[in-house]
Ligand binder design. Structure first.
Ligand code: C2E
Ligand code: MG
Ligand code: MG
Ligand code: MG
Length: 289
């Protein structure tokens, strides 16, 4: 507890006087308990991923799935990333979580293949720390990844500044393994378009905040259409996330968006559910029909 209090005091700035109220003391205690649970959870192997399908917008055929991390606590509660990722980042263990997810994904893909199921490409989220991790190429080397099997989703904020040499060499290592690159949450992180185009990603994901309020002809629609057009001009495919309604599907198709992902087309699901869908080859689009 004392450690965490000291840490908080330091991070609020040198030479400042910090008073701890009862509320702050309770908040710190809660954070400390959560931090212990996250660290213990890593030891006990409590992190895993669920999968959300992505579809080609014209045919509505499955084009890939995104792996989304979850935390199953000893009492069975499933926690979402918003509960633990920020803290994992602070604790310096987010790389271990990302590595954990990647190895589950590779193992799952190997199982699907062994069962004779079609094996979709899996998009894996990579934290800002992980993309700058000097050990990343070594870790990739240890996994037997085939070209096109995996895509990494990177946040556009990673490409804000002058390129970090470790990130540049990691990206080269990623590419040499045939791992595709997607820019996640595009349109929210203030990336420079120049920096983004220099990277030549395989896909851009338009953030759900831009898709939610989508109405044809209104400002949001024009913004989304411009992103799609910029992508098209540079040979970069566009995927929209947060596709919830029949209107979203119709408008995005009309605008020439290549791929769609969202609750309207498919929820994130545990591996066993995805496996049955892959077996049946059937998806339920009744929500947007
Ligand atoms: P993201 O990569 O942008 O993932 C999309 C998030 O939006 C997911 O939330 C997903 O469940 C949710 N979502 C999907 N479709 C819809 C929709 O139609 N409407 C709405 N309102 N939401 C939708 P989730 O799983 O809670 O993940 C949140 C964020 O956590 C992710 O955002 C990603 O940035 C991060 N994350 C998830 N898994 C990992 C991981 O393995 N490693 C790292 N570093 N970050 C991860
Ligand atoms: Mg993502
Ligand atoms: Mg996203
Ligand atoms: Mg997002």
């Amino acid at each position: 507890n004392a450690d965490m209090a000291l840490y908080e005091a330091k991070s609020s700035g040198r030479g400042r006087c910090v008073f701890f109220s009862e509320d702050m003391r309770i908040a710190l205690k809660t954070k400390r308990v959560l931090a212990d649970a996250v660290l213990g959870g890593l030891e006990r192997d409590e992190f895993f991923c669920v999968y959300q399908p992505q579809f080609e917008s014209g045919s509505l055929r499955l084009s890939g799935v995104e792996a989304l991390v979850r935390w199953r606590r000893p009492d069975g509660t499933i926690e979402l990333p918003s509960k633990f990722l920020g803290l994992a980042e602070e604790l310096g263990v987010v790389n271990r979580i990302d590595q954990k997810v990647l190895s589950q994904v590779i193992a799952d893909q190997e199982n699907w293949k062994a069962m004779g199921l079609p094996v979709p490409r899996v998009s894996v989220n990579i934290s800002a720390r992980r993309i700058a991790d000097p050990q990343l190429p070594q870790h990739l080397e240890e996994l037997n990844i085939k070209p096109g099997q995996i895509a990494f989703e990177l946040l556009e904020t990673v490409f804000l500044d002058t390129p970090n040499p470790i990130i540049t060499s990691n990206i080269a290592a990623i590419r040499s393994k045939g791992i595709e690159i997607e820019i996640d949450d595009f349109g929210t992180g203030h990336a420079s378009i120049v920096g983004m185009l220099q990277l030549q990603p395989d896909r851009l994901k338009i953030d759900q905040q831009l898709i939610g309020p989508l109405v044809l002809g209104e400002k949001q629609g024009i913004l989304v259409k411009s992103i799609i057009d910029i992508g098209r001009m540079h040979g970069i495919d566009i995927i929209a996330e947060g596709v919830e309604t029949a209107d979203h599907v119709r408008l995005l198709k009309q605008m020439g968006c290549h791929f769609l992902q969202g609750y309207g087309l498919g929820m994130p699901m545990p591996e066993c559910d995805l496996r049955s869908r892959l077996k049946a080859g059937h998806w339920d689009f009744s929500a947007v029909a």
